[in-house]
Design a protein around this ligand. Structure first.
Ligand code: BG6
Length: 483
């Protein structure tokens, strides 16, 4: 059932995120029939733009898989989408926005308004917008939902401050902290895969699993985003949020139900069982020029501090102090400007006893989040024919082969729809956020202090710092041909 006559307001409508992700996601939902044509969308930002100018900015980012049919959809979508230019900290623009919303709701005879606000904003204006929105456009007699984008704070202290400032404005059930990794198809599949398959479920513990690796690789550097990235670094950018979310879904116990609070209770439980990250067991790096000299070093970016020690690569190892995971290292690594772009989970099983066999490669379950989503299991089988040897082969679920007829929504499409339906399962709860900062803040303080070694330089386009293989090995990973 579609929600009718919903109002969706995008704050920060002229910014990059809105243009590249939020509006295209709304369009994708509309195109596929998951956003009712009775919806009204309003962009709000400081830039002085006309509605048409906003549309022109968004248009190149809209996906049109059905060709001409989608051109009409784009027109219809733009007819639903207005723009208001206003300041973030004074009443004027919000009064105009409220006027527009109320006129719409009156014209549709709505008794119970449903308003979704999307805050695609830099941290500096986040709070004033939240305050003004509460004061002037909150649906007192209806449903108000607010999607907030990262960063949710810079460390534990600032995250708590932000929380404390927001808490009096909105109830927790009204807040949707978005982590777009939770909307990715393969991340959403972690719960069904783990808990819906006896063979995985029963081996998902320290008795069978030797180590887990969660890796994030990007083939490009900060390219123009250095100003943003320099005070953030790779740990805050993707590890404290995206990769930790993956770790949590991979290691939590089975939730009682699919209910959002049941899921998030289990996530919080496992997060609380994580041991502090050891500062002595990390590998940090910063990218240098490519070997052939054609790609710049991080410091070549004019928007970063000239002597910046910003970390663009990190490998960390987690331990979970509970019965299921005691002694199983979970390696998390992430880097920019590497040799490929990939997000992957690798679950490496323990060796089987030798005896009748010589040592065989361990089984590995690989969940490739992107690109080219896949789940495959590397296992040993007899080499066919008149042979006594075994070799490694794959049980392979590659999505583009098996599910080529399916529409796989973008992460933002999934999550905006969830928020429209009021489903919090794939959003970050306040206590979850707090624990994640508690876990990462000491590490971040250390990395950013003078005590920490300088990040090792690695060439743009390489696998990462030189010590990587050694690091993985030291933390329990057996090299089987790929890592
Ligand atoms: C964002 C980070 O949250 O995630 C970016 O700020 C990163 O630096 C991006 O590139 C990765 O998202 P995706 O969906 O492209 O894997």
């Amino acid at each position: 059932s579609f929600e009718k006559n919903t109002i969706i307001v995008i704050f920060g409508a002229s910014g990059d995120l809105a243009k590249k992700k939020t509006f295209p996601a709304l369009f994708g939902l509309f195109r596929e029939g998951y956003l009712d044509p009775s919806t009204k969308i309003v962009g709000y930002a400081r830039s002085k733009l006309t509605k048409e100018e906003l549309h022109a900015k968004i248009e190149p980012h809209l996906k049109k898989p059905h060709g001409e049919k989608d051109d009409q959809k784009v027109k219809d979508f733009f007819n639903m989408t207005n723009y208001i230019s206003g300041q973030y900290d004074t009443d004027e623009g919000y009064l105009q926005l409220n006027d527009e919303i109320e006129t719409f709701e009156k014209s549709r005879n709505i008794s119970k308004p449903h308003r979704l606000f999307y805050l695609a904003l830099p941290p500096s204006v986040f709070l004033p917008v939240a305050q003004q929105l509460k004061k002037l456009v909150y649906a007192t007699d209806g449903i108000t939902r607010v999607i907030v984008e990262k960063p949710f704070g810079h460390d534990l202290q600032s995250a708590r401050k932000l929380q404390a400032d927001l808490a009096p404005l909105f109830k927790e059930e009204e807040i949707f902290r978005i982590d777009h990794y939770l909307g990715k198809e393969l991340v959403k599949n972690l719960i069904p895969l783990r808990f819906g398959n006896k063979f995985l479920n029963s081996s998902w513990n320290k008795n069978s699993i030797q180590n887990i690796q969660i890796s994030f690789k990007e083939p490009f550097g900060t390219e123009g985003r250095g100003g943003y990235f320099d005070s953030i670094g790779i740990v805050r950018d993707v590890m404290q949020n995206h990769l930790l979310q993956i770790l949590t879904l991979l290691t939590m116990d089975r939730p009682i139900s699919f209910n959002a609070e049941d899921i998030r209770d289990e996530k919080v439980k496992v997060l609380k069982s994580l041991a502090p990250i050891s500062n002595d067991n990390i590998l940090i790096g910063q990218y240098d020029k490519s070997i052939d000299g054609t790609k710049p070093s991080y410091l070549d970016d004019e928007t970063v501090k000239p002597d910046s020690k910003c970390v663009t690569f990190a490998a960390l190892t987690f331990h979970i102090n509970n019965d299921r995971w005691d002694g199983v290292p979970i390696i998390m690594r992430a880097g920019k400007a590497l040799d490929s772009g990939k997000v992957e989970i690798r679950v490496q099983y323990k060796n089987i006893p030798t005896g009748m066999f010589n040592t065989m490669p361990n089984n590995e379950l690989v969940i490739r989040v992107q690109p080219n989503p896949a789940v495959y299991l590397k296992f040993n089988a007899k080499t066919p024919g008149l042979s006594d040897t075994t070799s490694v082969t794959d049980l392979d679920l590659t999505y583009e082969n098996r599910y080529s007829d399916f529409w796989i929504p973008e992460a933002y499409e999934v999550l905006i729809r969830d928020a429209l339906l009021g489903d919090h399962s794939n959003f970050v709860r306040d206590d979850e956020l707090d624990i994640s900062w508690k876990l990462f803040t000491p590490l971040l303080n250390y990395i950013e202090s003078s005590e920490a070694p300088a990040p090792s330089l690695y060439p743009y386009g390489s696998r990462g710092p030189e010590g990587l293989s050694e690091y993985l090995k030291k933390n329990g990973f057996d090299y089987n041909g790929t890592e």
